[in-house]
Ligand binder design. Structure first.
Ligand code: NAD
Length: 434
């Protein structure tokens, strides 16, 4: 593959200080606030939330570090006032899913450099509106897909680029995470306890659970899709053409409420008919021939796994058994421990910045994500994952919902680049800088 960095620094060079604001400072937002506060090239100038407890917790982070307190904007659409602040250069959106696109569109219109947390989309119009707003305003949208920076995921990227697996044929990824204690969480001790959600819930159970009540589809596609999209140059020489989705029956959330000590068969939440199938499986066909399978699995007892599988003409890696097989290197028909390969092909970015990432969220990858966001924003550059990636990854959700609703009908995936995927070049992580 011909490659180019595609990074065009602003003529005046990177900003020495970036003023950052946060829309949504819940658990995820606070993690990002901490990473940004710990840098000497940023000021956190404003925060926005609707919840006093989350605002107070965030303010304490400033006090602990001896940093000046941010301006606080409280209220459901207070973000609109925040965006009028001229000294805000960049915003990070970590609010509930329902707000992401609305906030990102307003922030791009206000000329800010925008980081948007992961989610699934709601409609195709929303995805197009993100693209159209970016193109009209020229403000950048960085889709904050942290798993693309996971150490093993980046080592495998290195191996893919050295063609260790040959031509890629089939890829898998997904979100396989037992979220039952997240979806039902009354905020009382022990953490994660209870069978409540919505108004009586805490953090994600306040808003995330209702998506499982009303929706049936691949609700969280990007942790699985982002990394594999990088492996096969989606939107940069390749594109996704169509998908089909299947959903199993929904039992896990109901059983959890019925069997929980604070629940039981007579609890009101035991009467809910959850729509989200416990296992949702989506298959995507790509222009260059590859197939991608996405797994969504959040309601059943299970260990965490993002289900990666990268398979080509010369071999494969499967994250779930931490093994790989490469023809000519591995013993015939046998798995090999992937670890020595992951060490040997460790990405230069990780080698260089490993020490700085110690202690950052999700095994350090959140440091790399925020570092890339800040460095790109300081230079006002096209981000690693741009609005075309955002739109094409987000649209998997509404398309999978429609596919399932129509008996697993194939659904066409739009070309949000309007043909430019044929010319765009891969740009993620070619150097060791950020
Ligand atoms: P959370 O509920 O703890 O935080 C969301 C915050 O947004 C809350 O403090 C809430 O009060 C606030 N909020 C609600 N409506 C708002 C509004 N109109 N304006 C401003 N603030 C508003 O949830 P979370 O776990 O922090 O999740 C936030 C986002 O981050 C979600 O998209 C989630 O999927 C994502 N997330 C990503 C990762 C990852 O690894 N990439 C991990 C966790 C969460």
């Amino acid at each position: 593959t011909e490659i180019s960095a595609q990074k065009t620094p602003a003529p005046e060079g990177p900003k020495s200080k970036l003023n950052v604001a946060f829309l949504g400072v819940g658990l995820r937002g606070q993690g990002h606030v901490g990473l940004v506060l710990d840098r000497d090239d940023c000021n956190v100038v404003a925060i926005n939330d609707v919840d006093d407890q989350m605002i107070e917790k965030t303010k304490e982070m400033f006090t602990k570090r001896g940093k000046p307190q941010p301006k606080v904007f409280k209220g459901e659409r207070a973000y609109l006032e925040l965006l009028e602040e001229e000294n805000v250069d960049a915003v990070i959106i970590a609010s509930p899913w329902r707000w992401h696109s609305e906030m990102a569109i307003a922030a791009m219109n206000a000329g800010k450099y925008v980081g948007m947390e992961v989610c699934g989309g709601f409609s195709m119009n929303e995805c197009w509106e993100l693209v159209n707003t970016q193109e009209r305003t020229g403000s950048h949208l960085f889709f904050l897909e942290n798993v693309c920076y996971r150490r093993d995921v980046m080592a495998i990227l290195n191996m893919v680029r050295q063609e260790m697996f040959g031509e890629l044929i089939h890829l898998e990824g997904g979100y396989q995470h037992d979220l039952r204690t997240v979806k039902f969480n009354d905020g009382k001790q022990p953490y994660g306890g209870g069978v409540e959600f919505g108004e009586k819930g805490f953090s994600e159970s306040k808003w995330r659970t209702k998506h499982s009540v009303h929706r049936n589809g691949e609700l969280y596609p990007t942790h699985g899709l982002g990394p594999v999209a990088n492996y096969i140059d989606i939107n940069r020489g390749n594109r996704m053409l169509y998908l089909t989705s299947f959903a199993s029956q929904a039992r896990g959330l109901h059983d959890y409420v019925v069997n929980h000590e604070k629940g039981g068969p007579d609890h009101p939440n035991a009467k809910i008919d959850f729509k989200l199938g416990d296992k949702v499986t989506t298959t995507i066909k790509c222009n260059n021939g590859e197939t991608i399978v996405l797994h969504h699995d959040t309601n059943l007892p299970r260990p965490y796994s993002l289900a990666f599988r990268v398979q080509g003409t010369k071999g494969l890696w499967m994250a779930v058994n931490k093994s790989l097989h490469i023809e000519g290197m591995s013993p015939a028909h046998r798995w090999e421990d992937a670890d020595p390969y992951l060490k040997k092909y460790d990405h230069p970015l990780w080698q260089r910045l490993e020490q700085k990432a110690v202690g950052a969220g999700h095994g350090g990858m959140d440091f790399f994500l925020i570092n890339s966001f800040i460095e790109s924003a300081k230079r006002n550059e096209t981000p690693a994952f741009d609005v075309y990636d955002a739109a094409s990854w987000l649209c998997i959700t509404p398309l999978s919902e429609q596919s399932i609703a129509m008996g697993s009908q194939p659904m066409a995936i739009p070309d949000f680049t309007r043909g430019r995927w044929t010319e765009r070049k891969p740009n993620f992580a070619f150097g060791d800088e950020y």
